[in-house]
Design a protein around this ligand. Structure first.
Ligand code: PLP
Length: 390
C-alpha cells in the first residue's frame, strides 16, 4: 500500500481501536446507537459544550450548519479561498452566494478580518472560517464583526481538534470550534483523530442543536434506537433532512482516538518545533505562523518557497527521495468550476493567490521521528544546492 519512505500522513491506530471495533461488531448493533452517544458525550465534555452530534463527515457537518442557520437563495456567506473545497460547498448546497475574503498574509494564512469587513454587504448572512493547520483565526476581531453586523459564524475546525486560544484569564483557554455558532470537525483518514470517514458538529445554542439533531436523520422525530428502546413506535417527519449519521463502528474508533488526541497533538507540537528550528537556517524557505501565540493542533506543517524556486521541481525531487509532500491548498476560487460557474478569476485575492502558488506541506504525524525530519531537511537543502540557489 505504501511506496513512500516517508508518507505525508500516517494513521495512528493500534490494538485498542481494533478491540473497540470488534466489540461493536459482536454486539450486532451497528447503526447510530449507544456507542455514538458515548462518543458525542466524550467530545462535548472535551470541548466543554452542551451539544455535540456525530455525523458522517465534516462536509455533512458544514452542510447541516448552513441549513440550521438558515442559509438560502442569494444569502452571501464570506469564506476563505485557501481551504478545502468542502468549506465553501456547504453554503452553495443551500443556494448561498460565496464571497471570498483574502488571507492575512505570508505569516498568517487565515482569513483576514480587515478583508471580511470590506466584503460585507446588506445581503451578508454569515462567515465560514477555517483554522488553517490548527492555528486559530483572529477570533476576537471576527466575532466582533459578526456581532456588529448580526452575522453567524461557522468554524470549520477540521484541522483543529484540541486547539485553543486564551480566554483572557491567567490559566484559561477556550477550544476552537466552540467560539462561533457551530463548530465542524473532520475524522477523515489523515486528520489528527480519525474514524476513516466521520465528523462532529458542536454548538452551544439549544435551538440549533434541536434542528441539527433532526436534520441529521431525515427530519424524523424518533430514531431507530429510540424505537428499539420502546420510547416511540412511530415517527413524524418535520423537515427536509438527510442521512448524515455516523455508525457505531466509527464511533467506537472515535472514542479511542479522542483519548489519544492530547498525546498525539503533543507529539505533533514537538515535531513542528523541531522542523522550525531546523528550517530557520534554510534560505528561501519560510514557515508560516511563527508568531502564533495560542495552542495549535499542529495538523499540518506548511512551508512557503521563495518565488524563484519552482514548486513542481521541489515536489518532484522530494518524491524521488521517497518523501511525500502535498499542497494545502490550491485556491478554491481558481478551480475551473468556480471560474466557469461564478466568474472568479486571478487577481481577486492577491495574498491567497501569491501564497497558494508557493505552498508545500511536509510530512507530519505523531509517529514521525526526528531522524526522519533530519532526512527531509537534508533533502530540502540538497535540492536548494542542486538548483544553484545557494
Ligand atoms: C479544512 C477542511 N474542511 C472540510 C473538510 C472535509 O472533511 P470530510 O472529509 O470529513 O468531509 C476537510 C477534509 O479534508 C478539510 O481539510
Amino acid at each position: 500500500m505504501n511506496k513512500w519512505k516517508i508518507p505525508f500522513s500516517n494513521l495512528e491506530i493500534d490494538a485498542e481501536e481494533q478491540a473497540a471495533v470488534i466489540k461493536v461488531m459482536a454486539s450486532k448493533w451497528l447503526t447510530m446507537g449507544e456507542v455514538t452517544e458515548q462518543f458525542e458525550t466524550a467530545f462535548a465534555d472535551f470541548l466543554d459544550v452542551p451539544y455535540a452530534f456525530a455525523v458522517s463527515s465534516c462536509s455533512s457537518a458544514l452542510h447541516l450548519a448552513n441549513v440550521a442557520l438558515g442559509v438560502g437563495e442569494g444569502d452571501e456567506v464570506i469564506c476563505p479561498s485557501l481551504s478545502f473545497v468542502a468549506t465553501v460547498n456547504s453554503a452553495l448546497y443551500c443556494g448561498g452566494k460565496v464571497v471570498f475574503a483574502d488571507i492575512t498574509g505570508d505569516e498568517n494564512l487565515n482569513i483576514s478580518p480587515a478583508d471580511i469587513r470590506k466584503k460585507i454587504t446588506p445581503s451578508t448572512k454569515g462567515i465560514i472560517l477555517m483554522h488553517y493547520a490548527g492555528y486559530a483565526c483572529h477570533m476576537q476581531e471576527i466575532l466582533k464583526i459578526a456581532r456588529q453586523h448580526s452575522l453567524f459564524v461557522i468554524e470549520d475546525a477540521a484541522h483543529a481538534p484540541g486547539a485553543a486560544i486564551s480566554n483572557g484569564t491567567v490559566a484559561g483557554e477556550v477550544k476552537l470550534g466552540t467560539l462561533g455558532d457551530v463548530g465542524c470537525f473532520s475524522f477523515f483518514s489523515n486528520k489528527n483523530m480519525s474514524t476513516g470517514e466521520g465528523g462532529m458538529l458542536v454548538t452551544k445554542r439549544k435551538e440549533l442543536a434541536d434542528k441539527i439533531k433532526r436534520l441529521r436523520s431525515h427530519g424524523m422525530t424518533a430514531l431507530t434506537l429510540e424505537r428499539h428502546r420502546g420510547h416511540a413506535h412511530s415517527y413524524d417527519v418535520t423537515a427536509l433532512g438527510y442521512n448524515y449519521r455516523l455508525d457505531e463502528i466509527r464511533s467506537a474508533m472515535g472514542i479511542v482516538q479522542l483519548k489519544k488526541l492530547g498525546r498525539h497533538n503533543s507529539a505533533r507540537k514537538k515535531l513542528v518545533e523541531y522542523y522550525r528550528r531546523k528550517l530557520a537556517g534554510v534560505a528561501d524557505i519560510s514557515v508560516p505562523f511563527k508568531e502564533f501565540k495560542g495552542k495549535s493542533a499542529y495538523h499540518l506543517l506548511p512551508i512557503l518557497l521563495d518565488h524563484k524556486i519552482k514548486r513542481d521541481g521541489f515536489i518532484g525531487y522530494m518524491k524521488s527521495k521517497g518523501i511525500q509532500t502535498s499542497v494545502h491548498y490550491p485556491a478554491i476560487h481558481l478551480f475551473s468550476y468556480f471560474r466557469d460557474k461564478y466568474g472568479f478569476s486571478e487577481g481577486q485575492l492577491p495574498k491567497t493567490e501569491a501564497v497558494a502558488r508557493r505552498l508545500v506541506t511536509l510530512p507530519l504525524y505523531p509517529s514521525l521521528t526526528f531522524k526522519q525530519v533530519d532526512y527531509i531537511i537534508s533533502e530540502i537543502k540538497n535540492y536548494m544546492k542542486g538548483r544553484g540557489i545557494r
